[in-house]
Design a protein around this ligand. Sequence first.
Ligand code: NI
Length: 189
Amino acid sequence: MKLPIVAYGDPVLRKKAADISSDYADLDKLIENMFETMYGAHGVGLAAPQIGLSIRLFIIDAIPFAEDDEALKNFKKVFINPQILEESGEKWSFNEGCLSIPDIREDVSRNQNLTITYLDQDWKEHTESYDGLAARVIQHEYDHIEGKLFTDKLSPLRKAMLKNRLDSISKGFVKVDYKMKFPALKKKR
Ligand code: NI
């Protein structure tokens, strides 16, 4: 089942999300629905706050990036209760977008490398290091569970230039081909 994606401006996108326990109700179904939602919106990652749940869970399937980076060919993963242990390496810029912020793409600067610990869908613990585009996608999704968005990382000037467009997105004045929930959408009488 596809779930509506929460748009920019919704407070759930600004909360630091909480860890979940292994008895979290219907987790497999939730993860399945998140993949369906992400594929339906042609995204490469989706974090639980984006479907309105403030929990530390995100999914990635970076296959669309595989032609740019061979390492992403089999990069389909579920991250539960993740913690980034370290970020290092040179900062580099990449043009990012976000399913919660349709139609806006901006160059965002992030570290090249990271080490992350997380649980997979079978509750097995992993500690892994990533670089390049794989690290980039993880950093973007990880920001979501920390209550951060890629637009936070832009220069004050760039933020000011985008303000009206971001406000419009909150109000639902944007064309998208997937279902969204807009926080500031006025109900018609
Ligand atoms: Ni995003």
